[in-house]
Design a protein around this ligand. Structure first.
Ligand SMILES: [Zn+2]
Length: 284
């Protein structure tokens, strides 16, 4: 592999005000990644269709949000947010398809998925791209099993809600670190467990990995992993997925430090770990 496929379009960034701390993040992440000297192949995501969104959400919720007649996950009904949502989820679906296709890895620099429940959003999450992508691949007959590995600070309640509501648990596996980790004294134990956590998905056809930045010790909403430990987390995830020959599609999440450069550094480190494991001739 000579470059990391990255699914990004300016259309997935809602050009709107300060309704979310992470609304402008994808553009800033791309800008930062382009300075790292790591070969990335930026590709246009295919926007998610209403049909695809309805594979993980109630039809009424999907239609009302897209028509700005119900609140999105940012608790507003702005048309620019509604217009961006199919691209946000679509970017992750595109990354998942590509990872499955190349057998290794692809990334969508988007966030705002795991608190999105079957019939409502919240906490900056409107549609659950992690589950939508799994459902799209499953319905297309491209996968038997999918694993969602959620290493955000917070529990992926939306993911759990959809898996329960749609009864997907026989083929859609889910682990959310937010269910059991939150303290600095747990960090070493967590890092030691990562091989086992990835191995839980060893019969999956793909892993959807959410690389949250908010577990960082300095994050106002997080607080238990250092920058170096987050980088080690990512290295362990990619190395173990690769050793099991499981393709991995990953995205961003969280990251609320006031100095946004610190958040960008964490996302930079995830790309560096990814490149080191998957790219040939990258020594960084
Ligand atoms: Zn979070």
């Amino acid at each position: 592999m000579n470059s990391i496929p990255v699914f990004y379009s300016p259309k997935l960034v809602a050009n709107a005000h300060s309704y979310s701390p992470s609304s402008g993040k994808p553009a800033l992440v791309i800008e930062s990644w382009q300075t790292l000297g790591i070969p990335i192949d930026i590709r246009e995501p295919t926007p998610a269709t209403e049909y695809a969104l309805c594979l993980a959400h109630g039809k009424t919720y999907v239609q009302k949000v897209l028509a700005c007649r119900a609140d999105n996950g940012f608790r507003n009904r702005l048309p620019e947010v509604a217009a961006s949502l199919p691209y946000t989820t679509g970017a992750f679906v595109s990354a998942a398809r590509e990872a499955l296709n190349n057998g290794k890895v692809a990334v969508a620099p988007v966030s705002g998925f795991h608190h999105a429940c079957h019939d409502n959003g919240g906490e900056f999450c409107t549609f659950n791209g992690l589950v939508v992508a799994a459902q799209v691949l499953k319905k297309a007959g491209l996968v038997n099993k999918v694993g969602i590995l959620d290493f955000d600070q917070h529990y992926g309640n939306g993911t759990v809600d959809i898996i329960r509501t749609r009864e997907l648990d026989d083929w859609l596996l889910h682990y959310s670190a937010g269910a059991e980790y939150e303290r600095e004294d747990q960090a070493e134990d967590f890092l030691k467990r990562i091989p086992e956590l990835v191995n839980r998905f060893n019969d999956c056809d793909i892993i959807h990995y959410q690389a949250g930045a908010d577990p960082h010790v300095a994050d106002p909403l997080g607080g238990w992993l250092t920058t170096a430990q987050l980088a080690e987390r990512d290295r362990l995830v990619f190395e173990n997925a690769k050793s099991w020959h499981i393709p991995i599609a990953w995205n961003l999440a969280g990251g609320y430090q006031v100095d946004f450069r610190n958040v960008l550094n964490i996302h930079d480190n995830t790309l560096k770990a990814c490149a080191k494991v998957y790219l040939t001739n990258v020594n960084e």
